[in-house]
Design a binder for this molecule. Structure first.
Ligand code: PEP
Ligand code: MG
Length: 325
């Protein structure tokens, strides 16, 4: 069965009736990139850069970061590579950068909130990403965005980094695409306004589910309540995608939900532009897409969206999955 899956790595990701669904990878190291490319990933939809900052004693330099980003860009051979700026805080800590003890780290000092205060650290990363953009289809993505101001402030630092590279005479892509993660309910509510400020959205369902349902993603006692198929989550996904498309920008999904084949009918129904997932999920999800009739799946998803409970929705999905071969 594993052999059978491996043969799919070079097969196009399309439904039985020919609707394409691009599958890219979530990576946090070169090793993961290599697995992803072997499994046929179409580029990198999420490069979690915080892992470059972990297991060491000081911040990585611009040069160190640049070397890694360039290598990823080159290995992707012209396919898009979305580099997410630092997302520490929450569950991820750095030994050499002590963060304050917090009652609620997931509602605390995290990601873009840290970067917009420590702009030197942020700019160093942006300089490295920009320099890598001369070597491939590199895009920038800001995590944990909750307001238009945050995007604008981040873009001010980005502009400063560009000016600095101009002064140094170093090449970079002036038209680099800049997108944001949609993973906070506030961002969903103002998705139309945010869409005007950026080039793409990527929905981070791991955090979005936790924040929409007020269910800590690390807390075992309430793990049964952490459900991406809750009607509230599904409505938020739908409205985010609608807002993005009304503004003419693409949307991907890069949370774990994208690697769960039960979610495929929803993506087809909602018109998601592409999915990004862990390298290990790529072939399994592709196989499921190949087995899916897009019209039938969309029709099913539309009917599940009308159900009132997660339980009814999950039963509907399970019933449908059992009918697939
Ligand atoms: C997410 O929140 O869905 C996501 C992809 O980011 P992370 O899991 O790194 O928080
Ligand atoms: Mg997240």
């Amino acid at each position: 069965r594993k052999r059978q899956l491996e043969m799919l790595s070079t097969v196009d990701s399309v439904t039985r009736d020919g609707v394409p669904m691009r599958l890219s990878a979530n990576i946090s190291s070169i090793k993961e990139l290599d697995i992803a490319l072997k499994n046929g990933a179409k580029g990198v939809g999420l490069f979690r850069t915080e892992f470059m900052y972990m297991d060491r004693t000081s911040f990585p330099s611009e040069r160190e970061q640049f070397e890694v980003y360039r290598l990823v860009a080159e290995k992707a051979k012209g396919q898009a590579v979305v580099i997410r700026t630092l997302d520490i805080g929450g569950d991820k800590e750095l030994d050499y950068f002590p963060l304050p003890e917090e009652e609620n780290p997931f509602l605390g000092y995290r990601a873009i909130r840290i970067c917009l205060e420590h702009t030197d650290l942020f700019k160093t990363q942006l300089l490295a990403i920009l320099r890598a953009s001369a070597y491939g289809a590199v895009k920038i993505m800001y995590p944990m965005i909750s307001s238009v101001e945050e995007v604008q402030q981040a873009n001010v630092i980005l502009r400063e980094a560009m000016d600095e590279l101009d002064q140094r005479g170093m090449p970079y892509n002036r038209d680099i695409q800049v997108g944001i993660m949609i993973e906070i309910p506030a961002a969903v509510a103002i998705a139309d306004l945010l869409a005007e400020e950026c080039d793409f959205f990527s929905i981070g369902t791991n955090d979005l589910v936790q924040y929409v349902l007020a269910v800590d993603r690390m807390n075992e006692h309430i793990a049964h309540m952490y459900n991406p198929y809750h009607p509230a989550v599904l409505r938020m996904l739908r409205s985010t995608i609608q807002a993005a498309h009304a503004e003419g920008i693409p949307v991907s999904v890069c949370g774990e939900m994208a690697g769960d084949e039960r979610s495929i009918p929803f993506w087809l129904q909602m018109g998601v532009d592409h999915l990004s997932m862990s390298p290990q999920s790529l072939l399994r999800v592709k196989q499921s897409i190949l087995n899916t009739d897009s019209k039938q799946a969309s029709h099913q998803a539309l009917s599940w969206m009308k159900l009132k409970t997660s339980q009814a929705i999950e039963e509907g999905i399970q019933h449908y999955m059992n009918t697939l071969t």
